[in-house]
Design a protein around this ligand. Structure first.
Ligand code: KIV
Length: 265
C-alpha cells in the first residue's frame, strides 16, 4: 500500500464497536463518487450490488455480474485513501460451492484495492463464510431483507421472524464474519442482535441502535429516479440541482449566452 494511504483496516473497523463509536458507511460505484465520499470521512465504502439498480437501471440486484462488480470496485479503489473498502459478492457468485466462492472472492481481493467482501446470508451461508475467512478473506454478512432473494421473499418487505434473524446473526458471527449488515428489520430486533453479537451491526432500515448505518449513495443525495425506500433519507436534492443546471446550459446555448468570452480562446 502506498505510504500516503492510511486506510482503515478490518480489525480497526471491528474495534469501533468496543470503543462505542458509531460507524458510517455509504455505497459508491465510481472514481468521482468514491473520492467525494472518502473525503467526507465515512469509515466504510461498499461497492454494493445495488449498482445493478441505481447505475445499470435494472429492477433488481440480480443481473449485475462479478466482472461488472470488479470493474466498478477498481474505479472506487483508485479513489479511496482512508475508508475500509467492501465489495458485494453478486448473485450467484457464492452459491456454486465453496471452491467457486473462494475463487470469486479471491478475484475481488486480487483485482481491486478492496479489503473485504459482503455476502447475503446468515445461517445458510455459514459454511461459505467460514471457508472465505479461513482463506484470509474478511466477510461482512448481510441478514434481514436480502434483495438477492427477492423472488423467494416475495417483495421488498420488512423481515420480522425474530428467531430466524437471531439465528442468522449468531451463525454469521460464529462463522467468522467481521461485521453484519441488518437490512429492513424491526428496530427492537436489531437492538437485540446488536447487544447479542460482538461484531458491529450496520443497519439500513434497522433503527438507531445498530453500531453503524449504511445508505445508498443515490438515496442520500436525492439522485434516485425510481422508488425511494422509506428507510432512506435524502440529505440533498441533487436530482433537481442537476436537472436545473442542464436546463440552464441548454437555454444559454440556445440564447447564444454560452460560451461567453471567458469560455473562449
Ligand atoms: O447493495 C447494497 O447497496 C447493499 C446495501 C444497501 C447494504 O447491500
Amino acid at each position: 500500500m502506498p505510504a500516503d494511504f492510511n486506510q482503515i483496516t478490518v480489525p480497526q473497523f471491528t474495534a469501533m464497536k468496543g470503543d462505542g463509536r458509531k460507524i458510517t458507511m455509504l455505497t459508491a460505484y465510481d472514481y468521482s463518487q468514491a473520492s467525494l465520499v472518502d473525503a467526507a470521512g465515512v469509515e466504510g465504502i461498499l461497492i454494493g450490488d445495488s449498482l445493478s439498480m441505481v447505475v445499470q437501471g435494472h429492477s433488481t440486484t440480480l443481473p449485475v455480474t462479478l466482472e461488472e462488480m470488479i470493474y466498478h470496485a477498481e474505479m472506487v479503489g483508485r479513489a479511496v485513501r482512508r475508508a475500509l473498502l467492501v465489495v458485494d459478492m453478486p448473485f450467484p457468485s457464492f452459491h456454486l460451492g465453496i471452491y467457486k466462492a473462494i475463487e470469486n472472492a479471491g478475484r475481488i481481493l486480487k483485482e481491486t484495492r478492496c479489503q473485504a467482501v459482503k455476502l447475503e446470508g446468515g445461517a445458510e451461508q455459514a459454511e461459505v463464510i467460514e471457508a472465505l475467512v479461513s482463506a484470509g478473506i474478511p466477510v461482512m454478512a448481510h441478514c434481514g431483507l436480502r434483495p438477492q432473494s427477492i423472488h423467494q421473499m416475495g417483495g421488498y418487505r420488512v423481515q420480522t421472524d425474530e428467531k430466524q434473524l437471531l439465528a442468522d446473526a449468531r451463525a454469521a458471527e460464529q462463522s467468522g464474519a467481521f461485521s453484519l449488515v441488518l437490512e429492513c428489520i424491526p428496530a427492537e430486533i436489531a437492538a437485540k442482535i446488536t447487544q447479542m453479537v460482538k461484531i458491529p451491526t450496520i443497519g439500513i432500515g434497522a433503527g438507531a441502535e445498530c453500531d453503524g448505518q449504511i445508505l445508498v449513495f443515490h438515496d442520500l443525495l436525492g439522485l434516485n429516479t425510481g422508488y425511494v425506500p422509506r428507510h432512506a433519507k435524502a440529505y440533498a436534492d441533487l436530482k433537481s440541482t442537476i436537472t436545473q443546471a442542464v436546463a440552464t446550459y441548454r437555454d444559454e446555448v440556445r440564447a447564444g449566452k454560452f460560451p461567453a468570452k471567458d469560455n473562449s480562446f
